[in-house]
Design a binder for this molecule. Sequence first.
Ligand code: CA
Length: 235
Amino acid sequence: MDKRQHIAVVEDEATQRQMLLDYLSKQGFRVSGFEAGAGLRRLVERELPDVVLLDVGLPGEDGFAIARWLRERSSKVCIIMVTAATDTVDRVVGLETGADDYIPKPFDPRELLARVKSVLRRAGVSVIPTTAGRIRMGRRVLDLDKRVLVESDGSEETLSATEFDLLKVFAENPNRPLARDWLLETIGHREMEVFDRAMDLRITRIRRKVEKDPAHPEAIRTVRGVGYMFVPSKE
Ligand code: CA
């Protein structure tokens, strides 16, 4: 049985599609290419690929519609939208389309590969990176071993299990817009699902603990229409 991870590429431009297929196949993935959503739908009837690279600008059914359809079929499949400069990024990731990530054209294939690996890693239930250590978050430092926030004077603030889980996920996914749904699934607190606001309240509490100015958050930012993003400080 073919154990390679399977990536489906939906791109109407033949040269671009072939370039992606060649590149990803050289990187050790099993690949399938489609010029439109219809081909992908036929594939999904038979088997679910691990990752779908979805061009937004397709003739007929656009990438957003295909992403929504795909997400209804499976919460497991990783969806990466390939966007053109004219596409509105706000719509791309998150609740509305269910995409996991996006990459704007033109892109470096290595950048794409990094995104693919990242979504696959995030999707893997057992892959919890053991990046034991300390990560600066706003005015404090998250200590992953002790599960506390450390102040510059060395004093420690304890965290609830949910707060720690959220901060850990943020620490592992810097500079990436993370959808509320995805955050809920990842930290495995599904009982929160009913209350979208429960997530927002937890973020508010976390911000009070890490931000220099919680009213103007810089570390845990809001991504409108999507969710939140951890932006590491420059120093
Ligand atoms: Ca296109």
